[in-house]
Design a protein around this ligand. Structure first.
Ligand SMILES: [Zn+2]
Length: 404
């Protein structure tokens, strides 16, 4: 590991990088790696490189364990054709994170945090999740041959359990208040030498920076005016925002996009605090939304998201489930199928245009965090038209009904 430090995002207290301290022992706010101020993007062929190799200057690792990579990242940035026309925008791009090895952006943070865990000599890892992160950690834990603990919600539906269990981790459905499991897991990890790759731990945040790096590369460093992204725990927001700041520090871009942080109206602790200009988030009592992946009633990085959002000059939006479902349908018209929480940014764009916050002339990149097959039950919210026809009548049926 290079000589860098972890700092508390609130009080600034420094912690050594070769430890698994994830939160400040004074204010319990998340720790973060110091900002990179010098570096460049490595040359090379991304068909053969890993994100850790290409962006090595932005990580503190001196050498890499490449064997555990599943070639995460390097996801496409797709220019909108259908949606931008429908909503009257000049320039919307979709960063499709559903094309990661476990179909969500989580793999970026998992590979980076796993490097850290291995450098520190851990042979046991774990996470607390009821969705995408559990799948990602289970997959990479298996690949790396580590004993892997996944703490799940007690009433986890089979639809979500199967994609975790297939990798054969130690899956534990924990009875009790799920919101307390984050802190509990870190405590168990410390006592038992298990590295918990939770949602917003410092090295997971570092992995999310690569989303910004790729967007800049894909746009030839002509940075978007806005990044629109969903936010649950706040870890991904922190990484994406930090990534742009580091590129600017290194002289690779000349401005930092404003970030629009999107939450579901049925669970919006960050939005509630932002709207009321408060410095700390309050726990949401009852989360009720289709966008389960971002329904975190008490985001562990919520306060840091508020701090960074203020500095960044962006905004926070809460969108209702009806809008999310509509945005999911709109994205499908574009040819992209995402899970409900990943449709929330497009719902926000539409809402912000109606409220005249956006004019339609801005250059916008939307981060679509995970693929649609992650939550097949959401398909029940959509109406489909299908037809029935006998084989011998098919030719005539098509001619009569669709070709006249
Ligand atoms: Zn502190």
């Amino acid at each position: 590991m290079r000589k860098v430090s972890l700092f508390c995002t609130k009080c600034g207290k420094a912690f050594p990088v070769d430890s698994s301290n994830f939160r400040c022992d004074i204010c319990n706010e998340p720790l973060e790696l110091e900002l990179v101020t010098k570096g460049k993007i490595r040359e090379g062929n991304i068909l053969r490189q890993s994100i850790l190799e290409r962006y090595a200057d932005f990580f503190p690792f001196k050498d890499l364990n490449e064997d555990i990579s599943l070639h995460e990242g390097f996801t496409p940035l797709i220019k909108s054709k259908v949606v931008s026309e429908l909503l009257d925008f000049k320039s919307i791009y979709f960063k499709n994170e559903g094309e990661n090895p476990t179909w969500a952006y989580k793999d970026r943070g998992t590979i980076v945090a796993l490097q850290h865990a291995l450098k520190l000599g851990y042979n046991k890892v774990g996470t607390v999740s009821c969705g995408n992160m559990a799948v990602s950690v289970a997959a990479y834990g298996s690949r790396a041959g580590l004993k892997t603990f996944i703490f799940l919600k007690e009433n986890m539906p089979d639809e979500k359990l199967g994609p975790v269990a297939i990798y054969n981790p130690i899956s534990v459905k924990v009875q009790g208040f799920y919101g307390d499991l984050y802190d509990k897991s870190l405590e168990i990890g410390k006592k038992n030498d298990i590295y918990f790759l939770n949602s917003d731990i410092p090295f997971r945040v570092e992995g999310s920076k690569t989303i910004s790096f790729e967007i800049c590369e894909q746009l030839d460093f002509a940075v978007p005016d806005y990044i629109v992204m969903p936010s649950g725990s706040g870890g991904n927001f922190r990484g994406v925002e930090k990534g742009f700041r580091e590129l600017k520090n290194c002289g690779l871009i000349d401005k930092i996009p404003k970030i629009i942080c999107v939450q579901a109206a049925g669970c919006s602790p960050v939005y509630n605090a932002f709207k009321n200009n408060e410095e700390t988030i309050k726990r949401v009592q009852e989360a009720e939304t289709i966008a389960l992946a971002i329904a975190n009633p008490f985001p562990p990085s919520g306060n840091q998201v508020l701090r960074r959002l203020k500095e960044n000059g962006g905004t926070c939006v809460a969108v209702a489930d009806e809008l999310i479902v509509e945005a999911q349908r709109l994205l499908a018209l574009e040819g992209i199928f995402v899970q409900p929480s990943s449709a929330a940014p497009l719902a926000a764009i539409k809402k912000l245009k109606e409220e005249n916050y956006l004019t339609g002339n801005e250059k916008i990149a939307c981060i679509l965090t995970a693929g649609g097959l992650k939550v097949p039950s959401a398909l029940a919210k959509h109406k489909f038209q299908t037809y029935d026809c006998e084989l011998e009548n098919l030719d005539q049926f098509i001619k009569t009904n669709f070709l006249n």
